[in-house]
Design a protein. Structure first.
Lengths: 347, 525
């Protein structure tokens, strides 16, 4: 008798547990019945940037957008594995190599010429398969208690100098690092780039971070003195933790230095998408005046690519910087940078 | 928990003329489940073969691989040893001495078992950002994992006949000598079983080491996927990890095979060692351990909850994430437990390899990183299912089930091995069919094992991140995905409620286990 009662309680418990599972399964398989198109956005860009854009787009067009966020390179891998049956309609990334990689598998449609015309041609795909959406500048972030402005290095190449041993941080697996490596490679060639990477690795020691966010947090809290990031990370951290807790500052390298560059984020339409028109409409929205104004006024702190829509709050005008624009064609899929990083045993 | 125990016990049972002939259907089901479980390995191998040996050896035989190997082995050995010392020390004090407040301390010291490792790390890193690298990792993770040694050792100490210790003591042996020569050999199997769980967990851990800035095979496999568009590199590294884990499993099995003394079957209330004034010192030590393992991380999360700060990230629904997490974790836990039961039934006490092999095969996915399994599912649904079910709840749950079936199997097999064959034989002789034997005899006896299986899988799904991000239905979130979205953007204030919710949900299986354990103990005499 005892056993039987026990058993009944157990199966009742199992029953209770299964109900929510079944309900959730039904919930997610139910498709929306509205006639408006529905888009799936694979988002490798920061949520701050994407979210306000998506909301405004949905409000304006009535087209719904489901956002799937992950690291841009994981999503690129995922789209390539999914192949011609990818559920994604639009792919929006933080850097251009992820888009170039997907495009090299022939998975992107051409962007409408009217969309491409909104932004400077050098900031979009050389073949017209994706359009640039935002831009940013590479800068040094340094802890103000540890380093004075006068003691800052002039060039990114100086960071390999032994005098910075134990003082700098790197995030070699961050996709933002590849453009920097490519830029150094273009300037000094393969052998010198490798020596430079070895020096960086030796100087960083255990201060190797998985991403720019955690690297900047470590610099700001004084774990380490200096690192190279893109300018918007610093403004975003300030908005996140409050100005009172900011113990760091940013500064660019000297003009013409391979560490003083600007890069773009971009978006492309998947060839396999069954909603080509709506997907093109979404991408066009990203570079429209309205979309660019949202970028300029949101918490993203990236610069809009279109002129005349304002500057993110608290940031100097983009024209106050003088970076070398990174050639998206030279950057390509990032294969050169990756090979160098592997050879230096950083990846 | 220990497989060594399983193997030994089932060996005894096997030799006692109790060999069973599981029904053919069950064996077929067992093979189907096992084939599903090893399918991701086939994906790994096919990717590795596609790359070719030359490229593969260039990836494998280089400085970084050696560094990772040293890192992973060093960290696993040091952390597991530290966890073993903490776990055994705490267990011995709680079970064999008159240290005050034992019952309360037992519960408090057990709670970190239900806190996901990366939440424990999150709490610590937030409180002490200078904790980094090898020693930081050893410190934080031994605090997070020692309960997995403490729990089986306490169970072991309760089973062991303590009168042998008293005999040794009466013959003039010192406390230390008694512990080394008598107690330790008897609980060796329990320690090895606990260490196995800890070591496998550490080798598969991703989040904690990302936060602590320590590179292991698992973090690097994820990085390879993340930056390189390089699944070949990831697959090559995963194969090394599979081999490493197999070595750990093998070592544990060999330690557990040599059990010196018989285990007392009688439950005897042990005589506790009077520590005198030293009991207060020991109390201080245990309270200190509780403070480090529970106080600091939980305190740090609570302080974040109290002062969330501003944020640039969009707010998300905590309740939506709780709902999805609960649904996924319970369904996968139920499915994995059911699968493990079928596998266990088809293989336990079976003589033929045909029936035994599947349950060994199904252990393999434990060593394969989640991101690899997820890509195997993506690949399979693209190539064989025409992308039907892709990124749907059912497929996600199946993926979880495959990933965590080994955990369920470990839980189920232990208790299956303890079902006396005589009982099912008696039922059979009274005319009960196989199904009836199972429902009326076996099932009630293995309920505690099912509870353990359910709890282990539930906890694992609760904290899974990398496979979830790839396979979850678009638009759905879990506690882990939201926690990571915020944590990786340094929005610690916004991440904190998700950490707290995970701790609360993780308490469910812990309470379930404690409840089942209590019931079993009450029924024992």
């Amino acid at each position: 008798m005892k056993i039987r009662r026990h058993q009944r309680a157990w199966s009742a418990a199992l029953g209770c547990l299964l109900v929510p599972a079944v309900l959730s399964a039904c919930g997610s398989s139910g498709t929306s019945s509205s006639s408006k198109p529905h888009l799936v956005l694979y988002n490798g860009q920061h949520l701050q940037t994407t979210n306000s854009l998506v909301q405004a787009f949905e409000k304006k067009t009535g087209i719904t957008v489901a956002v799937r966020s992950d690291d841009e390179a994981v999503l690129a891998n995922q789209i390539i594995t999914e192949g011609s049956r990818s559920p994604a309609d639009v792919f929006y990334t933080e850097n251009s190599p992820a888009l170039e990689e997907v495009n090299s598998h022939g998975l992107l449609s051409k962007i409408n010429p009217s969309t491409l015309a909104q932004v400077p041609p050098q900031d979009s795909s050389p073949t017209g398969h994706w359009v640039g959406v935002t831009k940013r500048v590479t800068v040094m972030a340094y802890n103000t208690a540890a380093v004075t402005k006068a003691a800052l290095p002039k060039s990114i190449l100086d960071l390999a100098d032994p005098k910075w041993k134990g003082k700098i941080a790197i995030a070699p697996s961050e996709t933002d690092f590849q453009p920097i490596v490519t830029s150094v490679y273009d300037k000094v060639g393969k052998a010198a780039t490798l020596t430079w990477l070895e020096g960086l690795k030796a100087n960083a020691g255990s201060h190797v971070y998985p991403d720019n966010e955690s690297m900047l947090a470590a610099i700001n809290s004084g774990q380490v003195e200096l690192g190279v990031i893109e300018q918007y990370y610093w403004y975003r951290l300030g908005a996140e933790i409050g100005q009172a807790k900011m113990h760091s500052a940013i500064a660019p390298f000297v003009v013409g230095d391979p560490g003083y560059l600007s890069g773009v984020s971009g978006a492309g339409v998947l060839k396999s998408s069954k909603e080509q028109a709506a997907a093109q409409e979404f991408v066009a929205f990203l570079v429209s005046k309205q979309g660019q104004r949202i970028i300029a006024s949101s918490d993203s702190f990236e610069y809009p690519l279109v002129d005349g829509v304002g500057t993110p709050k608290g940031e100097p005008a983009f024209s106050s910087y003088d970076p070398t624009p990174l050639d998206v064609k030279a950057l390509g899929t990032g294969a050169t940078a990756l090979a160098l990083l592997k050879e230096a045993q950083l990846l | 928990m220990s497989q060594g125990v399983l193997e030994r016990t089932s060996k005894c049972l096997r030799t006692s003329r109790a060999a069973s002939h599981p029904s053919r259907i069950l064996v077929v089901i067992g093979w189907l489940i096992a084939l599903c479980a090893v399918a991701p390995i086939a994906f790994l191998l096919s990717q590795a073969i596609a790359v070719g040996w030359a490229a593969l050896s260039a990836i494998l035989f280089r400085q970084l691989t050696l560094t990772l190997l040293i890192n992973t082995v060093e960290m696993t050995v040091l952390t597991t040893s530290a966890a073993a010392v903490l776990g055994v020390g705490a267990a011995w004090l709680l079970e064999r001495t008159d240290v005050p407040a034992r019952r309360l301390l037992f519960v408090v010291l057990l709670v970190p078992a239900a806190i996901p490792d990366f939440i424990e790390t999150f709490g610590w890193v937030n409180a002490a950002p200078w904790l980094r690298g090898l020693w930081g990792s050893v410190f934080v993770l031994s605090l997070a994992t020692y309960p997995f040694v403490m729990l089986p050792v306490i169970a072991g100490l309760r089973r062991v006949d303590h009168r042998r210790e008293e005999v040794a003591r009466s013959l003039g042996a010192s406390t230390v000598r008694v512990f080394w020569r008598v107690t330790l050999p008897e609980i060796r199997v329990a320690i090895a079983g606990g260490c196995l769980l800890v070591a496998l967990q550490l080798m598969a851990e991703y989040g904690s080491f990302e936060m602590l800035g320590f590179r292991t095979f698992t973090t690097e496999i994820f990085t390879a996927f993340k930056v390189g568009f390089d699944s070949a590199l990831a697959c090559a590294l995963s194969l090394v990890l599979v081999v490493l884990s197999a070595l750990v499993v093998r070592t544990e099995a060999s330690v557990s095979e040599r059990q010196p003394f018989g285990v007392g079957s009688e439950v005897v209330v042990p005589h506790r060692l009077a520590l005198g004034w030293r009991r207060w010192l020991c109390l201080l030590g245990l309270v200190g351990l509780a403070l480090l393992a529970l106080g600091v991380p939980v305190g740090s999360i609570v302080s974040l909850l109290a002062d969330p700060g501003g944020s640039t990230l969009p707010a998300a629904s905590l309740w939506g994430a709780v709902g999805h997490t609960l649904a996924y974790a319970t369904s996968a836990a139920v499915l994995a437990t059911a699968g493990a039961t079928a596998l266990g039934l088809s293989s336990y006490r079976a003589r033929s390899w045909l029936a035994r092999v599947p349950s060994t095969m199904a252990l393999v996915p434990l060593a394969v990183p989640g991101v690899v399994i997820a890509f195997a599912f993506t690949y399979a649904s693209e190539h064989y299912l025409a992308s039907h079910w892709y990124q749907s709840t059912p497929l996600l749950i199946v993926a979880y089930t495959v990933m965590f079936l080994p955990l369920a199997l470990i839980g189920v097999r232990t208790s299956l091995a303890q079902v006396p064959a005589s009982l099912t034989e008696a039922a059979a002789s009274l005319g009960a069919g196989r199904a009836r034997q199972f429902v009326r005899v076996t099932l009630p006896l293995i309920t505690p094992g099912l509870g353990v299986a359910f709890a282990l899988v539930f906890l694992a799904v609760l904290t899974e991140l990398t496979a979830t991000l790839i396979l979850i239905p678009t638009g759905a979130t879990t506690l882990a995905t939201q926690f990571w979205a915020y944590q990786s953007s340094i929005a610690y204030g916004q991440a904190a409620p998700y950490a707290a919710a995970m701790i609360v949900l993780a308490g469910i299986p812990l309470a379930l286990l404690t409840g089942l354990g209590e019931r079993a103990r009450r029924r024992a005499p």
